[in-house]
Design a protein around this ligand. Structure first.
Ligand code: APR
Length: 419
């Protein structure tokens, strides 16, 4: 680091929070801090155009909509259309509609593709005078267990900058630098490979009436809306399959068969990739003055749509915790940040795992697990208590995921990294 320090410029820069990464997690942390009157600087590796176009999740769950509502931000940051909460399960071509409505008052989930949320958060933060620096290269956090961490980065002209701060929000996804700045052994990684592959396809084709999950002996398939004339499809495939194994005709044939819809309207395919379903949790989600948020701390398999929603949950908790500390010198919420986030993380991991196993096993598994999975679906479709529990998990309003304030990190929080 000696060479780097000698080239530093602007080393006197200082802020309260440096946010690394401008995905849903980082932009939400930054916007909520700004809303609380707390200064922060966001460092993003890619360009604004790149970040604004990245397509991923599509549903902002009811709990997350109400979170934005509690900050008075719903109309500014959430685009898309209200979601009626109805999910279609199609088992061997037979339709079962399941509602996530729990009868509670208040705004409910939105069909809001991630790129729309990201674009709106970016605009809201910049309109409010936010400091968002795109194309920040070689971002590296230092002195995380000291009183004033520093984050270094390089601009396109080759100049290296340093920003000192009170806290670093590591919102740079699973392959970012925040977590790798933590010494080996300080965090425990809990990883799980589901042994399942998915082909994901984006196409300019009519969306389904309701998000659709289909069980079929040939394998799982799904169809989700991504706009007025855009759809995302998923097809279960061998874990290490290559997208080249899936020419267009094979994709539409497989979708028609597995969705049980011979008349499915196809359209130009704009993107296709394959990936393995995996889950990962890093514990604790904090090291000294670094707080991990969203994918930087955990990956949840896509079934159940919890990845982006967990990131929004973490972001809200962190922003409130920093606000308590700055306004009232109260570090209780910072101390409990990791344990409160992890309670919801494991709750949603379990839901996602349950749904993943159920919908895959009900299709092409051996007879015993297939019968078990179908019994679970039968319960979901026919037992009101099961349907209610499912609805609570879908909306994110389930009490088990809620924060508890009791599990404080012992000792000196900032010096010992929460161990
Ligand atoms: N320096 C600066 N920025 C970085 C770096 C780095 N070294 N590495 C990554 N980033 C940026 C990425 O370019 C990206 O914009 O951090 C951001 C991370 O965003 P996401 O990967 O979307 O992660 P997160 O914000 O936690 O999103 C949560 O939403 O749809 C889901 O799959 C998505 O589960 C994820 C979730």
């Amino acid at each position: 680091m000696a060479d780097e320090t000698s080239q530093l410029q602007d080393s006197s820069e200082s802020t309260t929070v440096v946010v690394i990464g401008a995905g849903p997690a980082g932009l939400t942390v930054a916007t909520l801090l700004q809303h609380s009157g707390i200064d922060c600087v966001v460092l993003e590796r890619h360009s604004r155009e790149h970040v604004a176009q990245r397509q991923r999740a599509g549903i902002v769950e009811t709990r997350a909509v109400r979170m934005f509502d509690s900050w008075g931000l719903t109309d500014r940051v959430l685009g898309g259309v209200p979601y009626d909460g109805i999910l279609e399960f199609r088992v061997d071509g037979r339709s079962h509609l399941v509602s996530d409505s729990d009868g509670s008052d208040g705004p409910s989930a939105r069909l809001c593709p991630q790129q729309i949320l990201v674009q709106k958060l970016t605009q809201t933060f910049l309109d409010g005078g936010g400091d968002l620096r795109f194309e920040a290269a070689d971002v590296s956090p230092h002195d995380l267990t000291g009183d004033r961490p520093t984050v270094h980065y390089r601009t396109a002209d080759g100049t290296t900058h340093a920003i000192t701060c009170d806290f670093v929000a590591g919102c740079d996804g699973d392959h970012g630098v925040s977590r790798t700045a933590v010494p080996d052994g300080a965090l425990t990684a809990h990883a799980f490979d589901h042994g399942i592959g998915w082909l994901t396809v984006l196409a300019d084709a009519p969306p389904p009436a309701h998000p659709l999950l289909a069980v079929n002996a040939r394998g799982f398939a799904a169809h989700f809306p991504r706009g007025p004339y855009a759809s995302r499809y998923y097809l279960q495939c061998p874990p290490d399959d290559h997208p080249d194994a899936w020419p267009e005709a094979r994709i539409w044939d497989a979708l028609r068969t597995r969705l049980g819809d011979p008349a499915l309207v196809c359209g130009p395919i704009t993107d296709r990739e394959t990936f393995r379903l995996r889950s990962l949790v890093h514990d604790p989600m904090q090291y000294g003055r670094l707080f991990l948020v969203g994918d930087a701390a955990h990956i949840v398999s896509p079934m159940g749509g919890k990845g982006m929603n967990l990131a929004l949950y973490d972001a809200d908790l962190l922003a409130r915790a920093v606000r308590d500390f700055v306004r009232s010198d109260d570090d209780t919420a910072l101390r409990t940040y990791s344990s409160r986030c992890l309670r919801r993380v494991w709750n949603d991991q379990e839901f996602s795992h349950w749904l993943t196993r159920t919908l895959h096993d009900a299709g092409d598994a051996a007879p015993f697990p297939r019968h078990l999975a179908r019994a679970r679906l039968d319960r979901l479709f026919n037992a009101p208590a099961s349907a209610r529990a499912f609805a609570e998990l879908m909306t994110g309003l389930d009490p088990t995921g809620e924060a508890v304030i009791s599990q404080e990190v012992p000792g000196n929080l900032f010096a010992h990294g929460g161990d």
